[in-house]
Design a binder for this molecule. Structure first.
Ligand SMILES: Nc1nc2c(c(=O)[nH]1)N[C@H]1C(S)=C(S)[C@@H](COP(=O)(O)OP(=O)(O)OC[C@H]3O[C@@H](n4cnc5c(=O)[nH]c(N)nc54)[C@H](O)[C@@H]3O)O[C@H]1N2
Ligand SMILES: Nc1nc2c(c(=O)[nH]1)N[C@H]1C(S)=C(S)[C@@H](COP(=O)(O)OP(=O)(O)OC[C@H]3O[C@@H](n4cnc5c(=O)[nH]c(N)nc54)[C@H](O)[C@@H]3O)O[C@H]1N2
Ligand code: SF4
Ligand SMILES: [Mo]
Length: 882
């Protein structure tokens, strides 16, 4: 490439539903990433994950060619195989024997085509999506309250609100740029308040003015209590209730009955009465209130009811779709919303039309000119995989999601997949846990290569634009689906030349839906696809520039209160499984880590799977902070590093969802999680599984740092972590090798005279062993083994792999197993942008007497770029001042 060459493309971040605009500049040296100052979601900001996008584009683990049975093949052969097999299954076993399982990470155009093929041409509604695991409770709640899946407000409301209530959302880590917008608004107007309702004291809770560490699962009670309180204190907007809503009396009646008094609410939610009272007073007194929520609400067997309990208080106060006031669901995936618009769920049609309405079905069928149309809901995600296991579904196509990792009761899902006669997987990566079950693997273009649109949490449609050439034989998802459709004999309806063609068709269908009173309507989109600026739907004749806030008037039907009753989670802890397992996300990793797990910038913050519990529980259970623990539920078991945290409620344990067999052994969160689902939405209860937690006592702990990934098949616990010039392997084992040197050399595949310079320290009686292999002055490999989890600092050792020639002092400290000076150990990475660790931060905060994040930024640069680490820097500062 010409070294002068620079080309900047405006695109959208492929991670969370904030939907930040990104400027990607291709240079001879690589891809530079910046926030797009003109994008209204982020105005130039990016979080740690977005900033690191340029480092996740390597091709070494990509799937670049179609494969059948793990063997490379050509597109024709692969597509014919898929189409023939689907056609044959359809003819022999009927439309419902085939299923698609898709994803909120597909672009709208891909999603539209997948849904069209399944519902209109194969003729089944057996297409569900990972959004079932994510937003389906909100979709169901919206439909109950609004008659349609509508997000009334927009991000600007967060800056206009005087009170922001965050329910079951770790916004600081999961929607970081929005969280920064909320914090900036509070800085600008200090009377503004933030309330966080979460059983854990998260980074979000740390930054809030009031944290309500609610008993897991009790949100309906809290919001019923709030509704009752608002009525009791005469804070309702009766004019709004009368003009726009129905069902108020019943909802209030149920709220009164189930949440009779403040003490009853506080006791039921496990909260201090004074805290509940303070929250209720704040809510009552603040007209401009926005309530945001995500998975602490949705992923519950009461998820839909939780959503309606929240919507009820907004309807009752008329605080909806007003500047600075309204309910706002935070969507997880970049295109969770787009999927909802194309009807990608098994109980939707397309363009917000209803599967169970014969008129809607006819409209869509006529528009598609399709031979048939699904006329009843298909299987919802968890049931879909159950049906695969039972042999009811005989062929499944999975796109852009990894159910072997992300569905609850993962072992059952894996059994189902291995029993399924035909599994097709479209992905960008080659070696995922799911790939092992695929009969056919189809290589999809990835972010930066593909072209299309996504819709963020505030209904804003933005373009993702390609800035890289597609590698190998990878193709856009829509193309792959359309090719299969053509080969199944549905050619005419799938003859698209580009994503733009598909979007135009989708917009035309939305116009039909819009004319029939649906709010989802893109009929007014005038600009050419390529130039499409970020726009909020509906875009119709009345709103050619899009619509920041929806208006509600009775012409479109009344908004509905839903009477909701608090229910306990599906499974209560008992003597065998006494703790409640909560699962979720960490700041710098995205789901199964296929992209964020590639860059050391993002793996440093929380490199290993962990189980966070209250220190009192930990001590009672004889756990040791930093050692390993074993978790067990009725469904499976997992290993994780123990972290004591006073922010974790006694009786609960939290583990992250991210680790899989591809990068760890025995640390799969969903091996533990129960498959209970919300009866209305079908969304799984990822946040509440009874488990047992106990010390795991391996014979040895160790870690190895190497220039490449090493299998270590005997290690019962093994986590692989990419670092800058090496791979870290965290290990623990149950069998003690007789001879560590021989064991090590076998793992490295070394012949007896292969090694050059081998440093070694062994104390077999104490169970300690250390070695380092140096080739031509450069370190190749180091292993540290001990009977306890206390081992030398990894960051420092990994840093030695940056040296082209190992310094003499480094050799000495290698064998001593510790850095010669404390400064060499920066500790665990806190600031991902500048690689600043917790030990460095604590040292400098103490030695220079720093008191504010600004001072820390001036001294170490930490926190000055993306700001995702500011909540943690603030807690380190607070600790230092304690
Ligand atoms: N860094 C990062 N960001 C992401 C993602 C990621 O993988 N990594 N994924 C994206 C996706 S797809 C999603 S869906 C979002 C999810 O974003 P969030 O919903 O913010 O993330 P989670 O960590 O799943 O869960 C949120 C919180 O719910 C709390 N919770 C558990 N039980 C209850 C309860 O009964 N009541 C209440 N009130 N709270 C409870 C948990 O303690 C947790 O802190 O994040 C998006 N953003
Ligand atoms: N225990 C527990 N489990 C959970 C959750 C939880 O909180 N706790 N949260 C749930 C939620 S909210 C979600 S959203 C899910 C997420 O779970 P998944 O969707 O399973 O996780 P991802 O790692 O995002 O999977 C995306 C896959 O698509 C591939 N991919 C990326 N881009 C493309 C593309 O353009 N085309 C194709 N074909 N493939 C692509 C990636 O390589 C990756 O393999 O997890 C759910 N599971
Ligand atoms: S907040 Fe971060 S992950 Fe989410 S869209 Fe913006 S840059 Fe991407
Ligand atoms: Mo999600």
């Amino acid at each position: 490439m010409n070294p002068q060459f620079r080309r900047t493309v405006q695109t959208t971040c492929p991670y969370c539903g904030v939907g930040c605009g990104v400027l990607a500049t291709v240079t001879a040296a690589g891809v530079e990433i910046q926030g797009d100052p003109d994008h209204p979601a982020n105005f130039g900001r990016l979080c740690s994950k977005g900033s690191a996008l340029g480092e996740t584009l390597s091709l070494d683990t990509r799937l670049l060619h179609p494969e059948i049975g793990g063997i490379r093949t050509g597109w024709d052969q692969a597509l014919d195989t898929v189409a023939d097999r689907f056609r044959e299954t359809l003819d022999r076993h009927g439309p419902d024997s085939i299923a698609f399982y898709v994803s909120g990470q597909l672009l709208t155009e891909d999603y539209y085509v997948a849904n069209k093929l399944m519902k209109g041409f194969i003729g089944s509604a057996n297409i569900d999506t990972n959004s079932r695991l994510c937003m389906s409770s909100t979709v169901a709640g919206h439909k109950r309250a609004f008659g349609e899946d509508l997000v009334p407000g927009c991000y600007e409301d967060l800056e206009l609100a005087d009170l922001v209530v965050l329910v079951g959302s770790n916004t600081a880590w999961c929607h970081p740029v929005l969280f920064q917008r909320i914090l900036a608004a509070r800085r600008a107007e200090p009377k503004r308040r933030i309330v966080c309702i979460d059983p854990r004291r998260t980074a979000t809770a740390e930054a809030a003015d009031l944290h309500l560490p609610i008993r897991p699962g009790s949100d309906v009670l809290l919001f019923n209590g709030l509704l009752h309180h608002l009525r009791h204190n005469d804070c309702l907007d009766f004019e709004f209730i009368e003009r726009h809503t129905e069902g108020y009396a019943a909802a209030l009646g149920t709220a009164k009955e189930t949440a009779p008094t403040l003490p009853a609410v506080a006791a039921g939610c496990g909260l201090a009465e004074s805290d509940v009272a303070r929250f209720f007073r704040m809510f009552a007194a603040t007209e401009r209130t926005v309530t945001l929520w995500s998975q602490g609400v949705n992923q519950s067997t009461q998820g839909t009811d939780k959503v309606n309990a929240i919507l009820n208080v907004h309807l009752a106060t008329g605080r909806i779709a007003k500047p600075g006031a309204g309910p706002l669901s935070l969507t997880g995936q970049p295109n969770a919303m787009g999927g909802r618009e194309v009807g990608g769920l098994a109980n939707q049609l397309a363009a917000h039309l209803d599967l169970d309405d014969p008129r809607h079905r006819r409209q869509v069928q006529e528009f598609w000119r399709s031979p048939r149309i699904a006329d009843r809901p298909g299987y919802l995600a968890v049931d879909l995989f159950r049906a695969i296991g039972e042999g009811k579904i005989r062929a499944v196509w999975i796109m852009a999601t990894n159910p072997a990792v992300s569905l609850p009761d993962a072992h059952a899902v894996r059994r189902a997949l291995s029993a399924c006669p035909f599994v097709v997987v479209s992905d960008c990566e080659r070696d995922t846990d799911l790939a092992r079950f695929a009969h056919v693997q189809l290589p999809a273009l990835a972010w930066g290569e593909k072209d299309g649109t996504v819709t963020n949490s505030e209904r804003r449609i933005s373009r993702q634009r390609a800035f890289l050439d597609g590698p190998g034989e990878a193709r856009p998802d829509w193309w792959i689906i359309a090719e299969v459709a053509k080969r199944m004999g549905f050619g005419a309806a799938f003859d698209y030349r580009s994503a733009a063609d598909i979007f135009a068709e989708h917009a035309r269908l939305s116009a039909i839906a819009g004319a029939g009173q649906r709010r989802f309507d893109l009929s007014g989109l005038q600009t050419a696809y390529d130039d499409l600026a970020p726009t909020q739907w509906p875009v119709d004749a009345g709103h050619p520039q899009g619509t920041p806030r929806l208006t509600f008037d009775s012409r479109r039907g009344r908004l509905k209160f839903v009477a909701v009753r608090p229910q306990p989670p599906a499974h209560a802890p008992d003597a065998d499984y006494p703790l409640v397992l909560n699962t979720g996300r960490i700041r710098d990793q995205w789901h199964t880590m296929t992209r964020t797990g590639k860059t050391p910038r993002l793996t440093g913050h929380m490199p290993e799977p962990f189980a966070e519990c209250h220190p009192a529980d930990g001590e009672r259970l004889e756990l040791t902070d930093g050692a390993l623990a074993r978790l067990e539920s009725r469904y499976g078991s997992a290993l994780a590093r123990v972290r004591f945290s006073a922010g974790q409620q006694p009786g609960t344990v939290f583990i992250p969802m991210h680790w899989s067999e591809s990068n760890s052994r025995h640390s799969l969160a969903n091996a533990l999680v129960n498959p209970a689902v919300d009866p209305i939405s079908g969304e799984p209860e990822f946040k509440h599984t009874p488990v047992q937690l106990m010390p795991y006592r391996p014979r040895w702990y160790g870690f190895a740092i190497a220039r490449r990934r090493i299998e270590f098949p005997e290690a019962a616990y093994r986590v692989v972590i990419p670092a800058r010039n090496c791979w870290r392997h965290e290990l623990a084992g149950e069998a003690l090798p007789e001879d560590w040197r021989r064991w090590t050399r076998e793992r490295l595949g070394l012949e007896s005279d292969d090694w050059d310079d081998w440093l070694e320290f062994a104390d077999p009686r104490a169970g300690r062993y250390r070695c380092a292999w140096i080739v031509q002055g450069r370190i190749e490999f180091a292993l540290f083994v001990s009977p306890s989890h206390e081992l030398p600092p990894r960051d420092w050792l990994a840093g030695l792999f940056d040296q082209e020639a190992l310094a003499e002092t480094a050799r000495a400290s290698l064998l001593a197993g510790r850095p010669l000076s404390a400064e060499d150990d920066r500790g665990r990475i806190v600031c991902a942008c500048f690689g600043v660790g917790d030990k460095t931060l604590c040292r400098v905060i103490a030695s220079e007497g720093l008191r504010t994040p600004e001072q820390v930024g001036a001294a170490l640069k930490a926190g000055t770029q993306c700001g995702s680490c500011l909540p943690e820097i603030r807690s380190l500062l607070a600790e230092a001042q304690r």
